[in-house]
Design a binder for this molecule. Structure first.
Ligand code: R5P
Length: 292
């Protein structure tokens, strides 16, 4: 088994290589002056199972996934496992209005043109995994327990999800952190505006952390942090799986939080914990190594 690291997640690929004790393939990936991709693999991959680590966000990374997976197929790889730390377009996970594109399905169908198996990390909706119709094995792994472990030294007393839909994330993180959990009541007004309804929580004088799968504009965390401070929270942290931070979200959030962290599914200065452990566990399960 070998790892092919695409350009999106070099650090995570290195951690995965350490965690699994397998080598990274020698490869060259670069862009021509017009932006088109050039890719070459210098090692022999014929007959090998290869883990291709590459997110599909933003679009140029999705194109790189397609080019690299097809290259592995053309070079005779035995099995190609697409490891997609951040699955772009996961939030368009159904047809909300007639006539619009079901983009998560489109992406899945493109990915499985060359990938034999897939491992995703904290997909926005678990059901999106079912859009992979041709792959052999598929898994959606979670970094929430890693977030809980990471928070263990922070004196966190409560972990809060911004809405009911994310309460399982809070539960998972709280279980490994050893603290309580609850959720706020969020309503989305539009793509960049959310409202957090008042809800009595036992956060007065407490150190709390908000957890979510994605931080995009930061609007959700901003409103949640404000609501928690208004209820007397002493310190407010925020952790997510995927730190997208669109339109300066990171800079806007930092001053209102005591700490802001994300995983290395999208590598950025807030990456405080890694998805490598969760992914390598899924790889081993897929290989059947944990069965015996
Ligand atoms: C929505 O359902 C997601 O779980 C996140 O809460 C959302 O994507 C965060 O977006 P933003 O940071 O723009 O509020």
């Amino acid at each position: 088994m070998k790892i092919l690291a695409g350009s999106s997640n070099p650090e995570l690929s290195g951690r995965l290589s350490d965690e699994l004790g397998i080598d990274l393939l020698d490869r060259e990936v670069m862009r021509f002056p017009d932006g088109e991709l050039y890719a070459r693999i210098d090692d022999v991959v014929k007959g090998e199972t290869v883990l291709l680590v590459q997110s599909t966000y933003p679009d140029h990374n999705a194109m790189e996934f397609l080019i690299l997976s097809r290259l592995l197929k053309d070079l005779g790889a035995y099995r190609i496992t697409g490891i997609i730390p951040y699955f772009g377009y996961a939030r368009q996970d159904r047809i909300f209005r007639e006539g619009e594109s079901f983009t998560a399905r489109t992406m899945a169908s493109l990915i499985e043109m060359s990938a034999d198996d897939v491992i995703c990390v904290n997909l926005h909706k678990e059901a999106t995994l079912r859009e992979f119709r041709k792959v052999g094995k598929s898994a959606n792994v979670s970094v929430m327990a890693d977030i809980g472990d990471f928070l263990s030294g922070f004196g966190i007393e409560y972990i809060l999800a911004p809405d009911k839909g994310a309460v399982d994330y809070a539960r998972e993180a709280a279980e490994s952190c050893g603290c309580g959990f609850d959720h706020l009541e969020k309503t989305r007004i539009d793509g960049s505006t959310v409202k957090i309804a008042p809800k009595d929580l036992e956060v007065d004088g407490k150190t709390v952390c908000i957890v979510d799968d994605i931080i995009a504009t930061g609007g959700t965390i901003m409103k949640a942090a404000t609501a928690l401070r208004e209820q007397g929270a002493k310190a407010v942290y925020a952790c997510c799986a995927h730190g997208l931070y669109t339109g300066g979200g990171m800079e806007r959030l930092k001053p209102v939080l005591d700490g802001l962290y994300s995983s290395d599914s999208i590598e950025n200065p807030t990456s405080g914990y890694s998805a490598a452990r969760a992914i390598s566990k899924a790889v081993k399960e897929m290989e059947g190594e944990l069965d015996g």
